[in-house]
Write a protein that binds this ligand. Sequence first.
Ligand code: NAP
Ligand code: MG
Length: 486
Amino acid sequence: MSTETTGFNWEYAPAPEAIDHAKIKKQYELFINGEFVKPLSKKYFETINPATEQVLSKVAEANEKDVHAAMIAAKNAYDKYWKKLSGADRAKYIYRIARVIQERSRELAVIESLNGGKAIRESRDFDIPTAANHFFYYAGWADKLAYAFPNKKIESVGVAAQIIPWNFPLLMAAWKIAPALATGNTVVLKPAESTPLTALKLAELIQDCDLPPGVVNIITGFGAAGAAMVNHPLANKIAFTGSTDVGKIIQKAVAGTGKKITLELGGKAANIVFEDAPINQAVEGIVNGIFFNQGHVCCAGSRLFIQESVSEEVIQKLKARMQTLIVGNPLDKNTDIGAINSKEQLEKINSYLKIGVNEGLEIYQPDNCNLPKQGFYCKPTLFIGAAQSNRVVQEEIFGPVLTIQTFRTIEEVIEKANNIPYGLSAGVWTDKGSKIFNLTTKLRAGVVWANTYNKFDPTSPFGGYKESGFGREGGLHGLAPYVNLS
Ligand code: NAP
Ligand code: MG
């Protein structure tokens, strides 16, 4: 409720989460063959807190030789131990990882927010518990693969090279590692350059779990290290989550090699509000869909479509709700919108704000929103009166920026929602189940949420159509990319 609608102006006292219990080392090495080893490159890079721009730690920069060492470790671990273990024994290790994530969840949440800029509420209530749930869920499959693929001979693939982005660092590591281990593969994982710290903490936890050395290797570095992983002859399976541009490079590199590949790429989801929708609930869902996690969400509901008869009401309520959003210190428990992940990303978002204004769109940002002086921040933003041809509608911004279009008929909104290179997710708000089922069959999106948004569960598959990639992660479907069936 805004001050306009309630007459109250709630001021929250600061409620910062304690950070002294979170142990971040001054310097991190590469986690290869069960040990932290100095990089052969002899190089390190700094990783910062995007909310303060202060350096948190120095992290090893893997080069091609380091990647090679990690791949050899993963291959040896596969041949010597992991492929010989029974499913039930693999499960014990995976359960152990799930439990230590739960035990150390407070520390992991703080490190995730410090290194990535996301509001502690998100990392504490969503990222870390969902990461633990993924390990629990896939641990459960490890000895039941014969039920997942009945009447098939099931073989693990070998070494999985896994490359992840900066928006859900620990959760993406869990999405990648858990199904790979459950199906009997070993792993080399590279987190994004800007958010390596929770993956490195996970490496420490995996060491505590006494996993056989080399089953999980975690190496840090830049795009070149990712490319070396993709091109390495010992990599049998490539799992990539990131931008569509890099996804295309990887697909070209893998073509003709026989390596298995899944790509989870960009998105530009339509969130569609019909006139019979529960409007207040829809407004909450719109806010959650795009401002959650600073809009750093591939499935963010970044294109809002409102049926014309209710557009004024929805926009007015949305503006009022935006006035109450708290942008600021990610470690404060009241914060709704934390820091943008990097200077580079903030510059990209700001350039799109200019593009939208130059395209002649009406811009709205809450006037009571003061951004901290230091760090990378962006106000929640609406572009009202957008058209299909606008660049801010067609291109992925990956920030707290929502374009608004109106529509009259179902046919029109389906046409507009699908007329985009991406197809990762969509949202539908209506009172009518029949309308929901009609739309779910016609929207070209991997996930369609109805009367809710951004709901995740390890049992549900997730993945895209078109330039959003291919293959599914999560659920029973998430096992398939990690096995050979005959
Ligand atoms: P990105 O630049 O594509 O990077 C993703 C990862 O790939 C990083 O670890 C990156 O390393 C690495 N990389 C860069 N160049 C590479 C190359 N040539 N070969 C192999 N690996 C390479 O993406 P981002 O900017 O980190 O993340 C944002 C993007 O991810 C958005 O487009 C978003 O939609 C997408 N995303 C998709 C999903 C999904 O499930 N579909 C989920 C989350 C994010 P560096 O960090 O060193 O650059
Ligand atoms: Mg990058």
